[in-house]
Design a protein around this ligand. Structure first.
Ligand SMILES: [Zn+2]
Length: 314
């Protein structure tokens, strides 16, 4: 779909803070969809109650869903490029190790649900672990269809639409989903009810306590407007999960050099730069990722990183 043919969504809906419910906010800046270059202007605000950063005012959610086109990266098949191999080593392998440790808590087969499973990448990784009995939940039909064609049990629905009874799962994963939904506390509370009494929620989301956010401002890849609605700090993520019903929450920061790549790209795409400069950063850039690694990894150790892992115990 070309951006010319795409009707821009308008930020017409004022929403209360999804963490504390306050109805007053301060607009911090206005920005566009730099990543996919689809039209529209969006607003990132700070809640005057708890300090949460979130999109407000924003377009109605049905309008935002139109920005998940078939060109959307998570709905594409995973390739075998060098970056994919690096990603597999540094991101996927540690994530699988985490799931293996979680499975060891249960002396039984683990009923596992991947919320927002997209085309089934995580389900494919877990298929090799016999201790997991996996299902996926994915609201976008073309992504759910790809996952089903790969042989996975995937329900095509939003969490609100899904009629699954409570207490069915041991582990639920929520990777890069909670920042996309209009009611993150409602989603977390529903997941808490879906879990058995000793169940665990595990997931990842962007974290605003990141050096990159200060460096890149509105071009920070993690804003990902208009698809990301809520931008958590470590403190407010813990608060939301506790208020959703979880008894204990653990956080672990994840260094993410690729957010620098995406942020540089956003800056170049939004600016008046020659096409050859923009193209230089259009794909994954291994050299840039390696160049920022000496900054990104120590920052994560010090508590400032773009991605946070969370583990929440019922
Ligand atoms: Zn608030």
């Amino acid at each position: 779909m070309t951006s010319e043919a795409f009707r821009a969504a308008e930020a017409t809906e004022a929403v209360p803070c999804p963490v504390c419910g306050a109805k007053t906010h301060e607009v911090l800046f206005e920005a566009g969809d730099y990543e996919y270059q689809l039209p529209g202007r969006f607003f990132v605000s700070r809640c005057r109650g708890c300090g949460l950063l979130f999109q407000n005012p924003r377009p109605p959610f049905a309008e935002i869903l139109r920005y998940y086109t078939e060109a959307y990266e998570p709905y594409k098949a995973v390739g075998s490029s060098l970056m994919q191999r690096i990603r597999r080593h540094f991101l996927v392998a540690p994530r699988l190790e985490k799931y293996r440790k979680l499975a060891a808590r249960f002396e039984r087969p683990v009923d596992f649900l991947d919320v927002g499973c997209a085309t089934g990448e995580l389900l494919a990784e877990l298929a090799a672990m016999p201790e997991f009995r996996c299902q996926g939940l994915e609201p976008v039909p073309h992504a759910a269809q790809i996952a089903r064609q790969r042989g996975f049990e995937v329900h095509c629905a939003t969490m609100e639409e899904w009629d699954m009874p409570d207490g069915q799962f041991d582990v639920v994963s929520l990777n890069h989903v909670i920042e996309h939904v209009p009611d993150p506390k409602g989603l977390a509370a529903r997941i808490c009810r879906l879990l058995r009494p000793d169940g665990v929620l595990t997931g990842e989301t962007p974290c605003v306590d990141a050096l990159e956010r200060l460096v890149f401002g509105r071009y920070w890849k993690i804003y990902h407007l208009p698809r990301h609605l809520t931008f958590f700090s470590k403190e407010l993520l813990i608060r939301l999960l506790r208020e959703a019903g979880f008894s204990r929450v653990e956080l672990h920061l994840q260094p993410a050099p690729t957010t620098w790549q995406g942020s540089v790209r956003n800056y170049l795409l939004a600016g008046d730069f020659p096409p050859f400069v923009k193209e230089r950063f259009s794909g994954q850039n291994v050299a840039l990722n390696l160049a920022v690694a000496p900054i990104v990894f120590p920052c994560a150790w010090l508590g400032y990183a773009s991605i946070v892992h969370f583990t929440a115990y019922k």
